[in-house]
Design a protein around this ligand. Structure first.
Ligand code: HH2
Length: 269
């Protein structure tokens, strides 16, 4: 899943794709580079970020989504917590709503997704982006996050959302050590039959291992994306589609060999 932040302040690509022309160009480039989904967001949810008024968020993303769907068949998701933004984005051609609040922030969200036959990404976050890093204590991190995801999935199922992905929310109200624990135990977060999504790209837990800023975290992102894939992620959300999709093709070959060891042993490839 390629990240397209149409924002002035996202922690890595903020300001780079803030004009609609630059945003559409980047989306088409990511489609060429092998993205299976394009995730368009108009509000930064980095730690400490202030909320963006929904009207401004819609103004940023809706024309960009409309232009992208005219020019590529790669499915578009909208990264938003606001039902009004989701509704406009779906009407403009998006088919997935990626909600970092797990459909909790806006009580109308689940209904909007179901009513437009869209898919949902249910992500775990504790609190809001503004406050989420203030308290990262959990009694049992994996159990609490998994329970919250199950509840989000239940909310979506209750109103008839058919396609639901779950995401433990790496970096959303978790310490670096907790983010590594989540990556290591990723499989434990998926309710039966629900694909897992992981967002690792250039995040601060990578910086904490390397002592490097976001611009220097490509190799760390590739390592984290491969770890996520080998631990069960069906989708990895990244800025660097070309590099990560090449790495994931190799990780997929490893996964396939684990699934059928005899075949890979006897092949000459
Ligand atoms: N991370 C970010 C935003 N949306 N959605 C899902 N499902 N999972 C994630 O891990 C996730 C997400 C934050 O990253 P980014 O979009 O790169 O930055 P910003 O919030 O500053 O725009």
């Amino acid at each position: 899943m390629g990240i397209l932040n149409v924002t002035p302040d996202s922690f890595h690509d903020g300001g780079r794709h803030f004009s609609p022309e630059a945003a559409v160009e980047r989306a088409l480039a990511m489609a060429e580079e092998g993205a299976d989904f394009l995730d368009v967001g108009g509000e930064s949810t980095r730690p400490g970020a202030r909320p963006v008024p929904p009207a401004e968020e819609a103004r940023r993303v809706v024309p960009v989504i409309a232009a992208i769907v005219r020019r590529t068949s790669v499915p578009v998701s909208v990264d938003t917590r606001n039902a009004a933004v989701a509704a406009e984005a779906l009407d403009a051609g998006a088919v997935i709503v990626n909600d970092v609040s797990g459909l909790r922030h806006d009580p109308r969200m689940a209904g909007v997704v179901a009513g437009r036959w869209a898919a949902a990404v249910v992500m775990h976050m504790r609190g809001t982006p503004e406050t989420m890093q203030e308290d990262t204590r959990y009694d049992d991190l994996v159990a609490e996050v998994a329970a919250s995801l199950r509840e989000g999935v239940r909310l979506a199922e209750e109103v008839g959302v058919a396609e639901i992905l779950v995401d433990p929310g790496i970096g959303f109200g978790k310490s670096a050590a907790q983010n590594y624990a989540i990556l290591a135990r990723l499989r434990e977060f998926a309710p039966p039959g629900r694909p897992l999504l992981a967002g690792v790209s250039r995040k601060s837990f990578i910086g904490s291992a390397l002592g490097l800023p976001p611009s220097e975290r490509l190799e760390g992102t590739i390592a984290a994306a491969v770890a996520a894939a080998l631990n069960g992620a069906a989708v990895v959300r990244v800025h660097d589609v070309r590099e990560v999709s090449r790495a994931l093709r190799v990780a997929d070959a490893v996964r396939a060999a684990v699934a059928s060891p005899g075949d890979s042993w006897s092949s000459s490839g």
